[in-house]
Design a binder for this molecule. Structure first.
Ligand SMILES: Cc1cc2nc3c(=O)[nH]c(=O)nc-3n(C[C@H](O)[C@H](O)[C@H](O)COP(=O)(O)OP(=O)(O)OC[C@H]3O[C@@H](n4cnc5c(N)ncnc54)[C@H](O)[C@@H]3O)c2cc1C
Length: 444
């Protein structure tokens, strides 16, 4: 089999890269061995939330500019021209690319019926299942309507579902009250309540995905709306744990009409319905552009000289060779499987590419244990989480000497070194911006 562009990984980075290459009219194949970080994510787009030396950024773009000018190994610096470019110029270029990539992303989501709301010019706080917040900048509209500033001066009720053990609305409401009072925000009232899930009454082990499917059924949604109206009474803001899988925007609208309140979805921990929905929508957008997405295709080896000539792909018991003109490595970090531990060292899984620390150091002979701190939450995060492969400004993986390893190989997303998305809240921002650029570069 022969394609123009072969993408390894169907997370946010791989599916964005595949869509961009397919939009250029190329034959694109995406191979996906299993799930990764994207499906586990909260489904909101963090571009730049924090920096340990800086605290929270007022806007994502302020964060991108600061990071790109100060940290030359960060992917935002790389897309802005890399270490040879002056810091101010790097910041400007990076801002331009991040803006283009995120605008392009919002348009692609719209084309598959998903509405993302927010702005790179303002970080907002969204509430999670345990009643605390995190900064982000673009959210599905079902989540965005519940941003913290919309909850000030309102009566808020957190709605739990009987038999759904992953979410405790009482705890969430208490923690929310404590946190907002520290921030000197005073909602009129904060309460919680429980509802039955229509059709699943009496169960004690309900999964979020089951609730989401129930909510997608118009008959069940109507019953849920009636239950909600009775329990949430005159609340102005109603927080629910999930808005559904297929039609969350319409479901929220229906619930808002029945209750007369603003109804919104909380961000959750894995297994995350918004994360699952997000992957489905990214995949739909890539397929709509013409990309072929194959799940259960694991890349197990590569045939290379100074270029990548073909990849060996395992599909069940069969192994086949697939050739392409260009390849994009978007295999993720530890969760995706792009990086792995091998005999106490950090390795890249498919090509055995050189691995680097976040500071650009060579990790070839550094024991993995040295990349972990003794503290659980060290300031700035564990070194391991900013480790990965390094790329040049074209997003080609480089050797320890700084040369591209294979001229037709590009990389994007969380396999890249130089940033720690957990500490910075930059996960999807980096995945979408580098995926966008890798897709364009691989097509040219
Ligand atoms: C619990 C959690 C919550 C998060 N919440 C947020 C959030 O709210 N907002 C935000 O911005 N970021 C969030 N992040 C970070 C964000 O999810 C990641 O930064 C982003 O999803 C990385 O995307 P990716 O495409 O690089 O990798 P992944 O999504 O991990 O995708 C890599 C894919 O490559 C595939 N793969 C790997 N090796 C092979 C192979 N050999 N052959 C074929 N396929 C292969 C894997 O199966 C995987 O699906 C969160 C992360 C986690 C873990």
């Amino acid at each position: 089999m022969k394609v123009d562009v072969f993408v390894i990984g169907a997370g946010a980075a791989g599916l964005t890269a595949a869509r961009k290459a397919a939009e250029k009219g190329l034959k694109v194949l995406v191979a996906e061995k299993g799930s990764g970080a994207t499906i586990q994510s909260s489904g909101v787009i963090d571009v730049a939330g924090y920096l340990s030396s800086n605290g929270m950024f007022v806007s994502a773009i302020e964060g991108v500019r600061t990071i790109a000018s100060k940290y030359k190994n960060h992917p935002y610096s790389t897309i802005g021209g890399g270490r040879k470019t002056e810091p101010d110029k790097r910041a400007q270029e990076s801002e331009k690319i991040v803006r283009k990539a995120l605008e392009d992303f919002v348009g692609s989501m719209k084309s598959v019926g998903a509405k993302f709301v927010g702005s790179l010019d303002e970080n907002v706080l969204v509430t999670n299942f345990v009643g605390t917040f995190k900064p982000t900048c673009l959210c599905p509209s079902t989540i965005y309507s519940g941003i913290l500033k919309n909850l000030e001066d309102s009566s808020v009720v957190f709605v739990g579902l009987k038999g759904f053990p992953d979410y405790n609305p009482k705890f969430c409401a208490q923690s929310f009250s404590d946190t907002v009072s520290r921030l000197k925000i005073k909602p009129k009232s904060v309460n919680h309540t429980y509802l039955d899930v229509p059709g699943l009454e009496g169960r004690g082990d309900i999964l979020a995905i089951e609730i989401a499917r129930i909510i997608d059924d118009p008959e069940m949604l109507e019953k849920m709306g009636q239950n909600l109206q009775k329990s949430a009474k005159s609340a102005e803001q109603i927080a629910i744990p999930t808005a559904g899988l297929e039609s969350p925007e319409e479901n929220i609208k229906t619930l808002a009409e029945v209750t007369g309140a603003n109804v919104f979805e909380l961000i959750s921990f894995p297994p995350s319905v918004p994360g699952y929905r997000f992957v489905k929508r990214l995949e739909k957008a890539a397929q709509k552009a013409g990309a072929i997405v194959r799940r259960g295709y694991k890349v197990v080896g590569a045939n290379c000289n100074n270029i990548v000539k073909s990849l060996r792909v395992e599909m069940g018991r069969k192994v086949t060779e697939i050739e392409a003109d260009a390849y994009i490595l978007a295999s993720g970090s530890f969760l995706g499987g792009g990086l792995k531990e091998d005999c106490d060292f950090l390795k890249e899984s498919v090509f055995n590419l050189p691995v680097f620390g976040g500071d650009g150091s060579n990790l070839e002979e550094v024991y993995l244990e040295k990349l972990l701190s003794r503290e659980v939450f060290p300031k700035g995060g564990h070194r391991l989480f900013s480790s990965g492969i390094s790329v040049n400004e074209k997003l080609q993986p480089i050797s320890y000497e700084g040369e591209p390893v294979y001229s037709n190989l590009y990389a994007a997303g969380s396999i890249l070194s130089g940033y720690n998305y957990m500490a910075e809240k930059s996960g999807m921002g980096v995945a979408l911006a580098t995926g966008y650029l890798a897709g364009l570069n691989a097509s040219s």
